[in-house]
Design a protein. Structure first.
Length: 715
């Protein structure tokens, strides 16, 4: 047996049952000097703490564990480092719109650098929940609606977080969450019922988790929600069958906040003791703050309801993680490091680059953007025009307003001094104050162009912040229509944690930049984009609904028996299709959509493997040309459709993407190589298969457009 395993078995042999249960317990420790919490640590009854920040405070707690407890087992220090620690990056949904896993990995690594230097060694991230419902506030935290892109982002974030050469010499372990299918909450209402088929679970919601584990993620967080009747934190199918037996995941399973306690509210446990029994037998290793294991697990073992071997296996995984992180050798953090690492200038620059590449140009019909340098008078209006807080996004944690640049700051930095920039807030975010519509109209009339910065506050998305109406909050629509009515050329910069419902704006405003909540450098990024110092290249990773009534609206939908655009079925003397009588089926902007300041043409699609074997590689290429007058980046996408399957298949599925940079008039050949084994799904027996047959394939700029070809998978 190797040394770590020997050490684990040695420790295990010395541990009392109470100390073993302690390693399976995580407590909230958001204040130092909490006598009961420190006493529990001293007694070896705590394996991990969360919500405490700062090397000195953390070292104090570690000393109690390492020097004050009988066996000196160090604590795991967990925190939510979701899109940055102190250098706050754009929200993850925005980051995913870069379609740049390498860049996203760099951002995650910077978060790891800062968090590890300040004593945290476990981040409850990446959030890899697929979401097709922007009513759900936590769409902000993930990578959108698509499993393929979601898996690419999951890999990138795990690689970044779990980098092995951080400045501090310490390590950060990641924790893909929320396992599983939390993003499928009915009605987009947070914590709501998830009732999906096992096939949908396996084909849509599990792939990003599998990708994260393949990349080496060391832990996983079980979700609050039920899945078809069985809450995730007591669900043996996902926690044992899939995770341990199918995937061989060796790491630690931590629940989400009080998820064991919530089994009682779910109605699958009569009390906390029964809840503890169900979770531990299903495969949960560590209990986040419910104290269910702390209070009942020893009794459950003594009563024979939980085998001691189950406890021992869980404790082995926790101890193995602590050893792998080097916590036994280096439990304490060098307290001089954080000030040296946090907010390094290079990290601020990277935050700017990510923000610039995450903002999606949705409309530019009159080419108002980039701004004409000859403009002399610009009005900057809106509740988010000089915002220093909401741009931090919904999981900013220890991020600070003082670290941020507002759009006003950014424009002042990039506009010529000869340009007169007049700023007016015009209204508040929530509509609690009377809007200054006349003032806004006057400022707009006095200008040659108006930039309106509108949208959501960071508190309108994120956990427990689902919205039933996705329009502009408060009086912002009135402000928008007032400014638009003046006739001044109008640009809207939209900030939000989700796609918003903006039909009037889409019809009446010629230029719209979706800036999300763009992190500490959001303001400068907006300014650089609107003046053309850098060009927009981002593309949507979540379909943009025309109205809430369309939701869930996503590109990889099924055909149905009466697809719109198909032959339809004559019934009661008229043709019937799967559509609405009062709205179109298509989203306002499709998955993969985003404009740039130049234009691109796609031509000469070539299916280099018109027939390809089950173990073969599909090879497809096309030419992309820059047909505009500016250099630009284009994210070229490849989609396939399995035309006939043993079960219904999506009408399109993303299977590749590449970014190309082209000067005006230039073109390039883009080539995709897709292993055929990536074209599979779970069949009638719930086995992953690739079935021989005809496929369509597209190469294009988004999910709604592209050059189409065909190929055949053969035995
Ligand atoms: C929260 C979230 C989870 C987070 C955890 C600890 O409720 O659901 O994403 O990591 O609790 O803060």
């Amino acid at each position: 047996m190797n040394r770590p395993e020997t050490r684990i078995e040695q420790l295990l042999s010395e541990m009392t049952l109470a100390e073993k249960v302690g390693q399976m317990t995580q407590i909230k420790m958001d204040r130092v000097g909490w006598p009961e919490g420190e006493e529990r640590i001293r007694r070896g009854q705590v394996g991990s703490v969360l919500t405490i920040y700062g090397a000195s405070k953390i070292n104090r707690l570690q000393r109690i564990a390492v020097e004050g407890s009988r066996l000196g087992i160090p604590l795991l220090i967990g925190n939510d480092v979701i899109h940055g620690y102190r250098t706050i990056f754009p929200i993850p949904l925005a980051e995913s719109c870069t379609w740049d896993p390498g860049l996203v990995q760099q951002a995650a690594r910077i978060a790891a650098e800062e968090a590890a230097a300040d004593g945290t060694d476990w981040t409850f991230a990446p959030m890899v929940d697929i979401c097709r419902d922007p009513r759900w506030g936590r769409i902000a935290e993930g990578a959108g609606e698509d499993p393929f892109l979601g898996a690419a982002m999951a890999r990138a974030r795990v690689r970044g977080f779990e980098a092995s050469d951080l400045t501090s010499g310490r390590n950060l372990v990641s924790c893909p969450k929320h396992y599983a299918a939390y993003g499928a909450a009915e009605a987009g209402k947070d914590y709501n019922t998830v009732d999906i088929s096992e096939r949908t679970l396996r084909d849509v919601y599990l792939p990003p988790f599998q990708a994260a584990f393949e990349e080496g993620a060391g832990t996983v967080m079980s979700a609050f929600n039920e899945i078809a009747g069985v809450p995730a934190s007591a669900n043996a199918l996902i926690l044992d069958t899939v995770l341990r037996h199918e995937w061989g995941f060796p790491g630690v399973v931590l629940t989400d906040w009080n998820a064991i306690g919530e089994l009682i509210s779910h109605g699958v446990a009569a009390d906390l003791k029964e809840a503890a029994e169900r979770s531990v037998l299903a495969g949960v290793d560590m209990d986040m703050v419910a104290d269910a294991y702390h209070r009942h697990l020893a009794d459950l073992v003594h009563e024979g309801r939980v085998p001691l071997s189950v406890v021992d296996d869980a404790v082995r995984r926790v101890l193995r993680l602590k050893l792998a992180l080097g916590l036994f050798e280096r439990p304490y953090t060098d307290e001089s490091l954080a000030s040296e690492v946090i907010l390094r200038p290079a990290y601020r620059e990277k935050a700017l680059e990510v923000a610039q590449k995450s903002m999606v140009l949705l409309k530019n019909s009159e080419r108002l953007l980039p701004l004409d340098p000859a403009l002399k008078r610009i009005a900057l209006i809106g509740p988010l025009a000089d915002d220093h807080h909401h741009i931090l996004g919904c999981w900013y944690r220890i991020g600070r307003d003082e670290d941020t640049e507002s759009v006003l700051d950014g424009l002042r930095a990039v506009l010529p001094t000869t340009t007169e920039l007049t700023h007016l807030r015009g209204c508040d975010l929530e509509g609690r104050e009377e809007p200054d519509l006349e003032g806004a109209a006057q400022v707009a009339r006095d200008a040659e162009l108006a930039i309106l910065v509108l949208g959501e506050g960071e508190h309108m998305s994120g956990e427990a912040h689902s919205r039933a109406y996705l329009g502009l909050p408060g009086h912002q629509q009135a402000l928008l229509e007032t400014v638009q009515a003046t006739g001044v050329p109008l640009v809207v910069v939209l900030m939000s944690g989700r796609p918003l419902v903006i039909p009037w704006m889409a019809e009446h405003v010629p230029a719209i930049l979706q800036a999300w909540h763009g992190g500490i450098r959001a303001g400068r990024a907006v300014a650089d984009l609107v003046v053309g110092a850098t060009d927009p290249s981002a593309k949507l990773t979540a379909s943009w609904p025309r109205t809430e009534g369309q939701i869930p609206v996503y590109y990889a939908h099924k055909s149905t028996g009466r697809p719109e655009g198909g032959a339809g079925t004559v019934q009661f003397d008229r043709l019937h299709f799967s559509n609405y009588i009062d709205e179109r089926n298509e989203p306002l902007f499709p998955f993969g959509y985003g404009l740039s300041y130049t234009s691109f043409a796609y031509r000469d699609l070539e299916i280099e493997t018109p027939q390809v074997g089950l173990d073969g590689v599909l090879i497809v290429s096309a030419t992309i040309a820059n047909t505009g007058d500016r250099t630009g980046d284009e994210i070229v996408q490849l989609y396939v459709r399995d035309l006939v399957g043993s079960v219904t298949r999506p009408v399109k599925e993303l299977k590749g993407f590449q970014r190309v940079s082209l000067d005006p008039g230039k073109d390039t050949r883009v080539r995709f190589e897709v292993p055929v084994q990536q074209l599979g799904f779970h069949d009638l027996k719930m086995a992953y298969v690739v079935e021989p047959g005809e496929f369509s394939v597209w190469v294009g700029p988004n999910a709604a457009q592209g050059l189409e070809g065909f190929f055949e998978v053969v035995e």
